[in-house]
Design a protein around this ligand. Structure first.
Ligand code: AMP
Ligand code: MG
Length: 520
């Protein structure tokens, strides 16, 4: 099947109150969960990248005519059954209630049932003005679109719950951005990503009617969330809402545990960027830990408080869930149910992360292994140590024979410093070896288990930037290659060894390679 043949429908539009299509001037939208709005056509759409895996999920076996596909996926042409809309939501940004935000540049085209039997929304990001664009332009630049496209797919293949990306289209139109927020705006190529997920509903969709005291709208939206996203939760009303809130908590815990496992830092964990389905959503100034630094944040806007740094993510997710719980409180969800949900979050996060850490070390369990675990985290922070390389290469240190004096050698590529902490490393390896022996871990099994959870290939910040630079210069080769390699992040791919290397020194302070602004 081709894109033009997909049967589209729009359940959200048919079941929830919305604002009729009108000119997309910025305004407050009351009594409606969305506004009908059409994408603004662009000058010269061109298909730059296409995810075959995401296409297969939608039941698309071939791209079809790339020109026609680009027309649709840039928003120039609607297909039968599409009923485009922009969602109305609010959110807490950096800890403060921000009022109405909404899809300022995202427009959902329609829903289609995928090969997995699940409905998936196709949503364009960067498709033009909506009533929620506020003072911004509704567009997205190529660099941020490449980052969203690649990372969505990379995260999926890493086994992290995420929204997906079908396509990346350039618009042929320039977009003005002040990347460093220093008054020097410059024209950049514009682009549109087609994102795919069963739902893009966020915590903020429910928070907004709750904050406005719009009980009727809140109730309708909560019932819709219950029936469309958590249909297996029995009953109705407040009791049912309390139960699916617990499920949101559980899924969020699993998602964040995965982020911590792979070293992903979202960068903008505002409640408008938290998915009700526990999917990683809204790839903006995200980043990957290179040196293991718990207080690292990729987002320059976040630098003052480091609210969204790597180590804070589990706590921030809990705070965000409490805001969602508060919103549901207005529907009669009891404090006990909200408290139970938050407890589900805590216990799920703790047990999921503990299991993941055990797997990362090839151990059966980390219960009672606090000396080993504490020692590991202090070792990782002693000198600058690449998280991904350390765990991946730890599997290569032989643990079934006495440690040789230079047993740590497989780990040396993980060190950015010329002086790896050899003594501490040897002491920790000796402890590790003794704990493996105490748990009776078989060496071959250890390696297999570790290689299945410690990725070899992640979307290092500088790799994304290289793909962006080439794509901007008209060469999509590096982007295509990166997408292909990131499909199998746990496999050894000898032809692509350099994509698994430590960040080169030139990338340490280069824009886009270490820190990112929200300008996108
Ligand atoms: P973010 O922090 O990227 O999730 O965005 C916060 C809010 O700003 C959301 O409501 C976005 O839709 C909106 N927004 C961000 N960039 C733009 C843009 N270029 N045009 C219109 N709205 C935008
Ligand atoms: Mg957002």
């Amino acid at each position: 099947m081709q894109l033009s043949e997909l049967p589209f429908e729009q359940r959200l539009v048919s079941e929830l109150p919305g604002e009729a299509e009108a000119a997309p001037f910025p305004h407050q939208v009351h009594g409606a969960c969305y506004s009908r709005v059409r994408p603004t056509p662009v000058a010269a759409p061109k298909l730059l990248a296409w995810s075959e895996d995401c296409a297969a999920l939608l039941g698309l076996s071939e791209v079809g005519d790339p020109e026609q596909v680009a027309e649709v996926l840039a928003g120039n042409r609607l297909l039968p059954g599409m009923a485009p809309y922009a969602a109305c939501y609010g959110g807490h940004q950096f800890g403060n209630w921000a009022g109405q935000l909404g899809d300022g540049r995202a427009i959902t085209l329609g829903e289609s049932v995928g090969s997995d039997g699940v409905r998936h929304e196709l949503q364009l990001k960067g498709a033009g003005l909506t009533p929620y664009s506020r003072s911004a332009d509704g567009r997205a630049v190529l660099r941020s679109s490449v980052r969203e496209f690649l990372c969505s797919e990379a995260m999926h293949h890493l086994g992290v719950p995420t929204t997906r990306a079908l396509s990346l289209v350039t618009t042929g139109e320039p977009v003005l951005r002040d990347m460093f927020y220093d008054g020097n705006a410059a024209a950049e190529p514009g682009a549109v990503v087609c994102r795919v997920a069963p739902s893009f509903l966020r915590f903020g969709n429910l928070e907004l009617p709750a904050a406005r005291g719009d009980q009727a709208l809140l109730e309708r939206l909560a019932d819709f969330v219950h029936q469309s996203l958590f249909a297996d939760v029995p009953g109705s009303g407040a009791a049912a809402h309390g139960v699916w809130f617990g499920e949101v908590c559980r899924r969020t815990a699993v998602m964040v545990a995965h982020w911590m496992r792979v070293g992903f830092v979202h960068g903008v964990m505002n409640t408008d960027n938290m998915s009700l389905l526990g999917l990683t959503i809204d790839y903006g100034p995200y980043g990957w830990l290179e040196g293991f630094e718990p207080d690292w944040t990729p987002n320059t806007t976040d630098l003052p408080g480091r609210r969204y740094c790597y180590g804070n993510q589990p706590g921030v997710a809990l705070w965000n869930l409490a805001r969602l719980g508060q919103a549901l409180g207005a529907l009669g969800v009891t404090e006990e149910d909200v408290g139970a949900g938050l407890e589900t979050y805590r216990s799920t996060y703790e047990s999921t992360f503990a299991d993941m850490l055990a797997s990362k070390l090839g151990l059966a369990t980390i219960d009672g292994e606090s000396a080993l675990v504490d020692g590991l985290f202090s070792l990782l922070q002693q000198v600058e140590t690449d998280m991904t390389l350390f765990f991946r290469r730890l599997a290569q240190v032989p643990m079934d024979s006495d440690l040789t004096p230079r047993a740590f050698e497989p780990l040396l590529p993980a060190y950015y410093s010329d002086n790896p902490p050899e003594t501490e490393l040897m002491a920790w390896l000796a402890l590790y070896r003794s704990r493996l022996a105490a748990q009776g871990v078989d060496e071959a099994r250890r390696r297999t288990r570790m290689d299945a959870v410690n990725p070899k290939y992640v979307l290092r910040n500088y790799l994304a930037q290289q793909a962006i630079d080439s794509a901007t210069a008209g060469d999509t080769g590096p982007l295509t290659r990166l997408l292909a390699v990131l499909r199998e992040p746990y496999a050894e791919q000898p032809a692509h060894e350099e994509l698994a290397a430590r960040r080169p020194e030139w990338a340490r302070h280069k824009a886009g390679c270490s820190m990112l602004s929200c300008s996108s």
